[in-house]
Structure formats: C-alpha cells, structure tokens
Design a protein around this ligand. Structure first.
Ligand code: ADP
Ligand code: ASP
Ligand code: MG
Length: 470
C-alpha cells in the first residue's frame, strides 16, 4: 500500500462533472489499496472573481481581509469533492488548511509555510478515509487565515507529500504535462517526459505557470518527485526529479513573463552599504527582487535598476522615496521577460550569443540580461514579447534560436530604459552573478534574518511534522 498525494487545480474541479471526474480518479486510487490525500484549488476562476469582488469595494483592501476572502474559494471545493467521493461510496473528509495543520508566517497574501502538523491528516488516513485538503491556505501566529500566493495549492500538495513521506505526488492539471513552452499559446510544443527540479524551477519562476515555483523549490529541498499530468486524459505526464534522462536537448523550454516592473534609482551614493540599504528596505516589505543592474560609479554616484512583480512596484517606489529618501526613482511597467532554460548551457558556448542574435535580427532591444548555469533571461519591451510565440518543435530539436525566438509581428518600438542611458554616457556593468528571483538579496536577507532553514525531521508517517520553513 502506498501513500499518494494528488493535487487538482481550479480547471479540474470547475463544475459538477469535473468534480465527479476527479472523485473517480481519487476513488480508483483509493480502491487500489492506497492511502490518498487530495489537495484542491478553488473552482475555475473563483479566485480571480473574488479578487474582482474586493476591487468593487475598495482600491486598496487590507491584505488580511484579502486572505479571509480568497481562502473561501478552496473551502467550497473541498466540501464539494468530499461530498462527491462519499456519493461514490468512498469515505472522505474535507479539511481546511488550518485543520490540516498548515502554519505560516505573517505575510498575508504570500505567506510561507513555517510548519505542518500532520496529526489530523494521519489520524483520518488511519480511519481509512480519503483526506481532502484545501490548498493555498494556512494560519499564522495570530490565528489569522493566510494564503500562499497565486498558484499556492501546488506548494500545499508538495508540503504534505514531504511531511508524510508520500510515495507519489501527482499534480493533475488541464494539460498533459510540462511542455517546451505554454501549449495553449505556442504551436508545435513538445511534452517533456522528464525535467530536473532546477530546470523546472527556472521555467516556473520565469512564467510557466503549470507549476508554482515555490512548490518546485520545496520539492527539490525534500526530494519529492512530482508527476504533472492531465485530469482529463489518462496518459503519462512529465516527471520532475533531481536527475532527468538526457533528452538530447540543451534548451528545455522557453518562458515569458509579462508581470515585470523595472525600477530605476538614479544618483545613489557609490559607497559600501547602498545596496544593503535599498534591498534591506525592500526585504522588510517582502518584495521579491529579480534582476539587478548597476552602473559603474561616476563622481561618487551610481544608478541601480532592478525588476520585481508589477503588484509590488508601487510599494517599492514608496519605500525608496519615503524611507530611503531617494528623489530620482522611476518605474517602467511596459516590460516583459523572455527566457530560455536548459541544463548545460554554461558549458556550451554560443547559446547566449545565438539568443541575442535572434533578438537583434528581429530588431528587439534588450534592456536587461540575467544569466545562470541553466537559463538566460532578457528584459524587453512588452510590445515585443510575442517573441517566442512561434516556438516550434523542430527548432527546439535543432537548437535553432532564430526559430525559437522568431517573432510574428514587425514594427517594434525601441525605448531604452536601462541605466546605461546614452544621454548619461554611463557605462553599465553586469553584476556578477545576476540574481535569480529565489536567490535575490531581499530573499536571502529575509532568510538570514529568520534563521537558517532546517531540514525536516519527520520520522514516522503517523506523527510527521514539517519543521523546516519553505
Ligand atoms: P491549475 O489550475 O491546474 O493549477 P494552471 O492554470 O495553474 O493550472 O497551470 C496550467 C496551465 O499552465 C496550462 O493550462 C498552460 O496554459 C500553462 N503553461 C504555461 N507554461 C506551460 C508549460 N511550459 N507547460 C505546460 N503548461 C504551461
Ligand atoms: N486558487 C488559488 C489561485 O487561483 C490557488 C491555486 O490555484 O493554486 O491562485
Ligand atoms: Mg496552478
């Protein structure tokens, strides 16, 4: 008998028929003699609809009240799925995130899991019940409801699989697995049989929403092998694991993220402590910083640009002006990030230059560049961000960057916004290494302040606890 965690996203439970479809998958798994914990998201577009309802009430609702509101979506799904399972004669019980033992920090709307107390789940499993857990939610030290950020149900599922030492963690969704690019937007994409945690983490962080990036981070940390598969079509999906088989492809995928804001601070003092001051303040506000670019100093001054999510740009701007007292701060929300991801890029020369050549041939200006061993990201104008929408499978197989990044449209607007502005005659330097979102100074600082991560010491399945932070 195995313990299997199965997670179903919003589209998989969007209406009565889909709920019964999920109930049948779960019941079959349970009837085959397995213990099953199911994690579900809110139905269909419920979370978006709740956000829209909040916007009808006020412009800037409190984050605490947003979490109170948003958590209600998942609560509907768990009750309906448990009812459907019971209808099929499969004993099931629904648990909210807090009943299931999810404890989080205080960061409303983007809380991180601090602990998972699994006694309740375990005792329900011992009673041979299927346990249906609400994803995306937990409880903080104030006993307030928190949510884990958009797409957070994936993280809930992985956390349960890690804490219970599950034998399998299956993420059911509305596509058949992880593809080389979003199969809904790009023609001729290819489903990957396997992908490594690192590659998946990059793809997820860079905009491929099929898995939430924090869930992949957690899966890597606790070595939880994931299977991404369709809830509608019972065919093998994609396995996400530490070491994947070589598929003879250097570039595993292409991702686009339009939720990007570039913030530029001009004329900051060129002295030790400036970056700490800036990114320390942003860390205090839990703002995730991605790419950072700074100019070389001149006359004791330098300029710093960084990217963050658009929803965080306003707070970042306010903090930099009001707390750091920088006068010359601007935000550009007309950008997008296109990235290519694949292990082994670093040891293969010419990948970066081919990508840049492809962008150049299409007259697309690169505003910022970020590299790591397994990815290259370019910040470009959003108007140009259809760039990879024509990814084709053969081009990927040939590693032909011109085709991979071929644009369909012409007529590109060029608008320089880097701090290497001609007018200022400033020379830019690429910070070394350029940071990835999950390794941003803000993030690292927050980790440093909140103590080192501890490995989970879950011992027995029955009494396991996830001690470590996410
Ligand atoms: P769920 O509701 O199941 O959590 P999501 O909408 O969060 O599903 O994620 C699934 C969607 O992710 C797919 O419908 C697809 O459009 C999108 N997607 C983006 N990039 C990729 C990719 N590389 N591979 C597969 N799907 C992708
Ligand atoms: N319902 C939440 C969202 O839409 C969480 C999730 O789907 O994973 O973001
Ligand atoms: Mg999702």
């Amino acid at each position: 008998m195995a313990l299997i965690v199965q997670k179903f996203g919003g589209s998989s439970v969007k209406d009565r028929d889909r709920i019964f479809n999920v109930a049948r998958i779960v019941a079959n798994t349970h009837n085959a003699g397995n213990d099953v914990v199911v994690v579900v998201s809110a139905q269909g577009d419920t979370t978006d609809d709740l956000i829209a309802k909040a916007a009808e009430i006020g412009h800037d609702p409190s984050a605490r009240e947003m979490d109170m509101l948003l958590a209600s979506g998942e609560q509907i799904s768990i009750a309906l799925l448990a009812m459907a399972l019971n209808e099929l004669g499969c004993h099931a019980i629904s648990l909210t995130g807090w009943q299931a033992g999810f404890r989080t920090d205080r960061a409303y709307t983007k809380a991180r899991i601090t602990r998972l107390e699994t006694e309740r789940i375990s005792s329900e499993l011992e009673r041979n019940r299927v346990v249906v857990v609400a994803g995306f939610q937990g409880l903080n030290k104030l006993d307030d409801i928190t949510t884990l950020g958009r797409g957070g149900s994936d993280t809930s599922a992985v956390a349960i699989a890690a804490a219970l030492h599950a034998d399998r963690c299956q993420i059911f969704t509305d596509v058949e697995g992880v593809y080389t690019a979003d199969p809904r937007k790009v023609r001729n994409t290819r489903k990957l049989e396997e992908i490594t945690f690192d590659e998946m983490l990059e793809l997820a962080s860079l905009g491929a929403q099929v898995l939430n990036n924090r869930s992949v981070e957690l899966a890597k940390k606790y070595n939880v092998e994931l299977e991404v598969l369709s809830s509608l079509n019972p065919v093998p999906g994609t396995v996400v694991k530490e070491v994947a088989k070589m598929e003879g492809m250097l570039i595993k995928g292409v991702a686009k993220d339009t939720d990007v804001a570039v913030i530029t601070i001009l004329n900051v003092p060129d002295e030790p402590g400036t970056s700490f001051k800036i990114f320390g303040l942003l860390a205090q506000k839990n703002i995730n910083v991605d790419i950072i670019l700074q100019s070389t100093g001149r006359d004791g001054k330098k300029d710093i640009s960084f990217t963050c999510a658009q929803g965080e740009a306003e707070t970042a701007l306010r903090v930099l002006k009001e707390s750091a007292h920088y006068a010359d701060v601007s935000v550009d929300t007309t950008c997008a990030k296109v990235s290519i991801v694949g292990a082994g890029m670093q040891s293969h020369s010419g990948v970066a230059s081919k990508m840049f050549e492809a962008l150049s041939n299409n007259n697309i200006n690169i505003k910022m560049i970020s590299t790591s061993e397994i990815k290259i990201s370019c910040i470009i104008d959003r108007a140009d961000a259809g760039a990879h929408d024509t990814v084709d499978r053969d081009a990927l197989a040939r590693q032909d960057m011109h085709h991979i990044l071929r644009r369909e449209r012409a007529g590109i607007r060029l608008r320089l916004h880097t701090i290497a502005h001609d007018r200022r005659r400033a020379r830019t330097q690429m910070p070394e290494p350029l940071h990835r979102r999950r390794k941003c100074p803000a993030h690292q600082l927050r980790r440093a302040l909140s103590g080192q991560l501890r490995a989970g010491d879950a011992a027995q399945r029955g009494k396991a606890r996830l001690q470590a932070r996410e």
